[in-house]
Design a protein around this ligand. Structure first.
Ligand SMILES: [Zn+2]
Ligand SMILES: [Zn+2]
Length: 127
């Protein structure tokens, strides 16, 4: 993350840190059409030189970055499902003994941050 990424954030918060190249493209060539993305020709995302940028449709871009569109679609839907349908494990809160669920059973001990800080406070006071 260099200064370029900071600038990119300032340019367009919605598009995230990768939008610097979009800003550069817009500067030289005018607005990016709907459904189009700016591709880094040499695949080096830090090389935002205008000669390294190319406008193409989103699907062309996807195809370019994956061996097949099918495999990309698969991996990206797996990725979303991983978060959306993440298994939640039933746990008992160590502080209030209430049942709750968490996707991180090995890291989680309390139902809420309130219980966690309460428990830590008690622990500290008992020392
Ligand atoms: Zn690309
Ligand atoms: Zn609790």
């Amino acid at each position: 993350m260099g200064a370029g990424y900071f600038m990119a954030n300032a340019v367009d918060k919605r598009e995230g840190p990768l939008s610097l190249h979009r800003a550069i493209w817009t500067h030289y060539n005018g607005p990016i059409k709907d459904g189009y993305v700016i591709h880094h020709i040499d695949e080096n995302k830090t090389n935002n030189d205008i000669s390294n940028l190319q406008m193409m449709t989103r699907s062309d871009h996807c195809a370019l970055h994956s061996n097949s569109e099918e495999s990309l679609a698969k991996s990206s839907s797996n990725f979303t499902n991983m978060w959306k349908d993440r298994i939640r494990y039933p746990m008992i809160c160590e502080q209030c003994k209430k049942e709750y669920t968490t996707p991180f059973p090995d890291r989680s001990k309390f139902c809420c941050t309130g219980c966690r800080s309460k428990a830590y406070r008690i622990r500290r006071d008992n020392k």
